[in-house]
Design a protein around this ligand. Sequence first.
Ligand code: NDP
Length: 450
Amino acid sequence: MNEYLKKVLEETNTKNSNELEFLQAVEEVLTSLEPVIDNHPEFEKIALLERLVEPERIITFRVPWQNDNGDVIVNRGFRVQFSSLIGPYKGGLRFDKTVNQSIMKFLAFEQIFKNALTGLPIGGAKGGSDFDPKGKSDNEIMRFCQSFMTELQRHIGQDIDVPAGDIGVGEREIGYLFGQYKRIKDIYEGGVLTGKGLSYGGSLARKEATGYGLIYFMREMLKANGNQTLAGKTVTISGSGNVAIYACEKAYEYGAKVVAMSDSQGCIYDKNGINLDTIKQIKEVERGRIKEYQDYHKDAEYFERQNDDSPIWNIKTDIALPCATQNELTLNSAKKLVANGVIAVGEGANMPTVKEGIEYFLQNNILFAPGKAANAGGVATSAIEMSQNSMRYYMTFKEVDKKLDTIMVNIFNSCKNYAEKYKLGNNYVAGANIAAFYKLAEAIKAQGFV
Ligand code: NDP
């Protein structure tokens, strides 16, 4: 391996030895940059990689709140402001009991590259809390969000840092966070949060954007490899949250048949094709479990999760879309999918496939769409929401969706062109990393020692 790369990887490992997810994300990116670093010895003199892997700032804070029984609970809040090189910090908030600094840093690091790929002026960040929203009442969620924002408001602003949703943070939570921000700051600052409700500054098509964007990327990838289409293909989608639901909707629009979806406890298989209205009712309206799908569709089968390998990846499919969480697709699962004839995998979630799984797919010539490129439609549309807020203007659904489609086509082409330029075939993982890296490296060089 290139000596400079090796040195930076070793230093990063030593400094962050207990942050496994962060190290996984850094290793994936840096190792794929080897052909670029080989050609640019001058990067070492300006410590370009060292600067790229060190966050500009990490904020952690106490979030005390009261539950419905009157007990006071203390959670930990985070905001990792990783890079403001190409725009204000931008990235979602995650409320989940697994949240820790390593997960926040890996997500923020990925976000820098993803945001660079969109071609829009947004830096990289991520935040959240180890608060577990499952089973909480609406009032508890509101009190938690208000307490979280009471601290976070010091660190954000429409030209400073613009959070959005992620796991456990949807339109309801963004509403409570926005309300508290407005109350404390005494200002209507629409662009300070994205993913807002339509009644107070949200953008049409933001809710759909990550899932739709994933399918636009998949459409382009299939087209570029043998002029294939989604029509008639079977699809399995892990998760049943925001990303999964709208990936399912768009996959159906292109004539594919979605046969399985999941949540953290198990998956349902419906050979007749998943009924998306039922999923929306269970997940968006009732906030229930996917198991309840069987109450509506007696033919469907339910497989409970037994271990790290989600049962959804045992199901035969042409296209697999991991849209739940990090490291949900193990090497075992990758082998199962390949043995069952999968032709393409598209990551809707962030880093859902383990490193060995990605390698296995690439070795077996499976088309692989990496999350930082394939799920960038969400943040791209958030940036479009920010523009609308600045212009005091609303675009139609069609206008936003068209922009999203164009952005996804451009992102795919960047991944493809850089993979080809470096003779990496259709390795879009490396293509995405290299394309984003070029943009970031330019900005680092231009801005001096910051
Ligand atoms: P949601 O909270 O809406 O949905 C998350 C889904 O994933 C739920 O079905 C949840 O099931 C499932 N899930 C969560 N943890 C696990 C686990 N450990 N194992 C299996 N399933 C799990 O989140 P989003 O749809 O917004 O986000 C999903 C992924 O997409 C995340 O990786 C996120 O970072 C990424 N992403 C999201 C974007 C967005 O715009 N929302 C943009 C780009 C990426 P359960 O209900 O049982 O917890």
